[in-house]
Ligand binder design. Structure first.
Ligand code: AMP
Length: 351
């Protein structure tokens, strides 16, 4: 159990780290962040912050020397950045990052555990793509194996004609069949160091342009009967990885049951509602797990919850929403409201 006053290192400097650091402070811990130069909104909430490249091994070693335990809020930390910090305890384990960073590895890993992703095929060239689209059919989606998020690094293919119009494939990708889903949902769990697993209620997630727009509870009839199966798979993933911390798995609810989309080995946007909507938030339970503290109750405290992301200019004037009853505003303090950028979120509860 990490004593009060101990230091938690956070790799990454975004809003997830910012919200994590707030919870760590409440539990009496210090936080030190590490991220390359950028709009690191976690920095003002950390006791200390290293602004260095992932390749700066000296800075990484100096960061780790100050930490009692290290975690991450950003899943694309290059695995090589974990070498200089290898002597410090790291939760979740490194393997979780390695599996989740490559869509192909992730899908194979999940299939081996009995999960069902959308039909997929690795593609490295135009010829592979033509072959994959023949075998799996259209419509489909090309996704880069690495570094994609919020719909970036994705191209939708409506028909075979679209393939000819594409620029050449320049990075390893996967081609996925388009899933005819009724709704999307996520399973968010926390796993403690001793292997105890707790789940939050699963929200229905609505995306716009590949970006999460809203998470809603209760999830509704298309999703509720599929949650147990999805949880079974998420638990198997967490157990197999020896996971510690919060893990999110995204699913499509289809007529054939849950189809695994992807996992995030970290706190997740579709879990932001837990800050006010659950007895213990995903951020607090992540810190508790990483620190070896007992996990908190994950029960939902409201009849209805809506978490809405404030994307780009939507954050302007959002303070006006606070006039509503049981409405909670979170602004991340980002300097530029670029299109598609998550600037904050609003959670509305009906108790
Ligand atoms: P991802 O970054 O893979 O989570 O994709 C972002 C969003 O694009 C998902 O939440 C879905 O709304 C949509 N999407 C991704 N993959 C598929 C698929 N194979 N079939 C249908 N929709 C998809």
């Amino acid at each position: 159990m990490l004593k009060p006053g101990s230091t938690i290192g956070i790799l990454g400097g975004g809003q997830l780290g910012r919200m994590m650091a707030m919870c760590a402070a409440s539990l009496g811990y210090r936080c030190i962040g590490f991220a390359p130069e950028g709009d690191n909104v976690a920095e003002p909430l950390c006791d200390d912050f290293f602004t260095n490249r992932w390749s700066d091994t000296t800075a990484l070693a100096a960061f780790a020397a100050k930490c009692d335990v290290v975690t991450w809020e950003f899943e694309n930390v290059p695995p090589t950045a974990l070498e200089p910090i290898a002597k410090t305890r790291l939760f979740p384990p490194r393997i979780a990052l390695e599996v989740a960073q490559d869509r192909l590895t992730e899908k194979r890993f999940v299939e081996d555990l009995g999960g069902r992703p959308a039909p997929f095929h690795a593609i490295d060239s135009q010829a592979d793509l033509e072959d994959a689209a023949q075998r799996i059919g259209t419509p489909g989606i090309i996704k880069t194996r690495r570094n994609g998020y919020d719909g970036k690094g994705q191209w939708r293919i409506g028909s075979q004609h679209d393939i000819a119009a594409l620029p050449p494939i320049s990075a390893p990708c996967v081609y996925e069949g388009f899933v005819d889903f009724a709704a999307e949902f996520s399973v968010i769990l926390v796993r403690a160091r001793d292997g105890e697993v707790r789940f939050w209620d699963s929200p229905r997630n609505e995306h716009e342009d590949g970006i999460l727009a809203r998470s809603l509870l209760p999830a509704g009839d298309a999703i509720t009967p599929q949650i147990d199966d999805a949880r079974d798979l998420a638990r198997k993933i967490a157990d197999k990885l020896g996971y510690v911390g919060v893990l999110a798995c995204e699913f499509f609810a289809t007529a054939d049951g849950p189809i695994f989309n992807e996992m995030a080995p970290r706190v997740h946007n579709s879990g932001h509602w837990t800050i006010e909507g659950a007895a213990t938030s995903q951020f607090e339970n992540h810190v508790r797990a990483v620190a070896g503290l007992p996990l908190g109750d994950t029960g939902t405290v409201a009849r209805e919850v809506e978490m809405r992301n404030l994307i780009g200019k939507e954050a302007k004037g959002a303070q006006g929403e606070l006039a509503g009853s049981d409405v909670h505003l979170h602004l991340y303090g980002k300097r530029q409201a670029r299109e598609g950028r998550k600037m904050g979120h609003v959670t509305r509860l009906v108790r």
